[in-house]
Design a protein around this ligand. Structure first.
Ligand SMILES: O=C(O)c1cccc(C(=O)CC[C@H]2O[C@@H](n3cnc4c(=O)[nH]cnc43)[C@H](O)[C@@H]2O)c1
Length: 220
């Protein structure tokens, strides 16, 4: 039996770049690509991504959720603009109490979930093997934020505190929903910018989107 894959994107532009075609789909609405592949565009942020993924999973019961999208890099000399990475760990650095030195997780005594806190191990090697996907991109540690790092010092602080490689706005939330709902999850990101550089003239969104398009051959 073939696998049922649900591809999840934050924006329509990312979805259309991956597919190399225009699709008519609204935020949160499910788009059926073919018998075994589905597309969901959630909108940006942890709120949109966890809401619409959690509503969608029970409807189609996917065998695998694949999150594809662009991201910022903390280390442009290693993960350059346009390059592709697979997330091995997702961290939510904003969970905790804001102190002068940054967010302190330990001061907030409540757990997030029984077996999960602000970090989720995604085990991509196991998932790739299970679904016979032959992708060999670097495996990275990713931060999911609601407030994008808009200046260099913030980027340096986060990079150091979490040994982070990339930053995005949805990954942790999607991984969390999949963990709770017991659906295998894979996250692949293409690099559009250096974290902390806000000016879009230094981003290369076009290159990152064209790298998303190249991922088609592995899945479709
Ligand atoms: O301006 C455009 O043409 C355009 C086309 C496609 C996507 C975008 C986005 O801005 C997508 C936002 C999306 O990207 C992730 N992202 C990218 N860089 C970062 C970053 O440095 N820090 C955090 N998130 C980043 C994020 O997951 C957003 O959902 C624009």
């Amino acid at each position: 039996m073939s696998h049922k894959i649900l591809f999840v994107f934050a924006t329509l532009k990312e979805a259309e770049s991956f597919l190399s075609k225009k699709i008519r789909v609204s935020q949160g609405e499910l788009y059926r690509l073919n018998a075994s592949n589905w597309i969901l565009v959630t909108g940006i942020s942890i709120l949109n991504s966890i809401l619409f993924l959690s509503l969608t999973i029970p409807k189609i019961k996917p065998s695998l959720v694949v999150n594809l999208g662009i991201a910022g890099t903390f280390s442009p000399s290693i993960y350059s603009l346009g390059s592709t990475v697979i997330c091995k760990t997702e961290i939510w650095p904003e969970l905790g109490i804001y102190m002068p030195a940054g967010v302190n997780r330990k001061l907030l005594k409540f757990p997030l979930w029984d077996t999960i806190d602000n970090k989720i191990d995604l085990n991509p090697t196991k998932i790739l093997h299970k679904f016979q996907l032959n992708l060999s991109f670097p495996k990275v540690t990713s931060l999911t934020v609601s407030g994008v790092s808009g200046f260099e010092k913030q980027a340096q602080t986060l990079k150091k505190a979490f040994q982070a490689d990339i930053e995005n706005m949805e990954g942790f939330a999607l991984a969390y929903a999949c963990y709770i709902l017991k659906v295998p999850f894979l996250e692949i990101r293409t690099i559009s910018n250096v974290v902390g550089v806000k000016d879009k003239k230094f981003w290369d969104i076009a290159k990152a989107l064209s790298s998303l398009a190249k991922l088609k051959e592995y899945f479709l």
